[in-house]
Design a binder for this molecule. Structure first.
Ligand code: ATR
Length: 257
């Protein structure tokens, strides 16, 4: 679609942001569906966050995505929150509704679709390693899928403890999880470090799900990277902004291209 004075911007804000694949697949989707918007990434320094958000609130935008490390910081700038975002406690998508910012969370849907498309049974015993910004959405997605037995472990115990209480799941000491890993069938890495540093070996009877989408180098059928999660959180955001079905195949092709 031709860019004119009527074209509205959609932003993704975060830090760092230069590696993000979202601009590539969201612009492909906008083009394919004739949506008059361009999707751009902006890197924001922590000290400038408030000023940049105040500026963005003064202009007409089509929509926005928020990524690490601002998914919680953005909460106090939204006018309304969707039920999902409220329960997760983080926002990754802003819908502009009559000039108001409505905060949504679509990360959980990416997790849900990852489980569904990999035909994983909800009757998994799941261990989550990590308690960072993405973890709440992961647990919410698992619970929406029907996974009941969920445990969390994290280097900094306090952070895992809060999440344990929020979602009513189990907590395992970081010093002990390796000896207990045999009790779990689905292991999820939400930390910023590589999976092979967290497990001694990859066992065939377990599924390993890594939120990172650039580390799919572990060549095992039971290893899932974050590609599907990224794609479907983006597809859901597209649908929130445009009120139309996301062109998944176009987006996937652009993302992998
Ligand atoms: P995000 O920006 O995703 O929120 P984060 O909050 O820094 O990132 O979370 C990163 C996750 O990786 C945390 O669970 C972190 O553990 P801590 O809570 O103890 O910091 C985990 N992590 C990072 N480096 C790690 C390491 N070397 N060993 C174990 N866990 C690590």
């Amino acid at each position: 679609m031709e860019i004119t004075a009527k074209t509205l911007p959609t932003f993704i804000i975060g830090n760092p942001i230069s590696h993000s694949k979202s601009p590539v697949f969201q612009n492909a989707a906008f083009n394919h569906c004739n949506i008059n918007s361009v999707y751009l990434a902006i890197n924001i320094e922590k000290n400038d966050f408030e000023a940049v958000i105040a500026g963005l609130k003064k202009i007409n935008i089509f929509g926005m995505n928020i990524t690490i490390p601002y998914k919680v910081d953005i909460l106090k700038y939204v006018d309304e929150l969707s039920e999902d975002a409220k329960l997760i406690g983080a926002v990754n998508t802003i819908e502009v509704l009559n000039g108001n910012w409505v905060g949504h969370n679509t990360d959980w849907y990416g997790v849900y679709k990852t489980l569904e498309l990999n035909k994983l049974s909800p009757s998994q015993d799941c261990l989550i390693i990590g308690a960072g910004g993405a973890t709440n959405g992961v647990i919410y997605g698992l619970q929406q899928y029907g996974v009941k037995n969920i445990a969390i472990t994290n280097r900094t115990k306090d952070k895992a403890e809060l999440i344990k209480d929020q979602f009513n799941i189990d907590l395992i000491d970081f010093e002990e999880y390796k000896s207990k890993i045999k009790n779990y069938s689905l292991i999820i890495n939400t930390t910023s470090i590589d999976f092979n540093k967290l497990v001694d070996s990859f066992l065939e009877d377990k599924t390993y799900f890594d939120l990172k989408y650039y580390s799919g180098k572990i060549d095992m059928p039971n290893y899932i990277d974050g590609k599907i999660m990224l794609l479907y959180q983006g597809a859901k955001a597209f649908e929130i902004w445009t009120k139309q079905e996301a062109p998944i195949e176009i987006m996937q092709k652009a993302m992998e291209g």
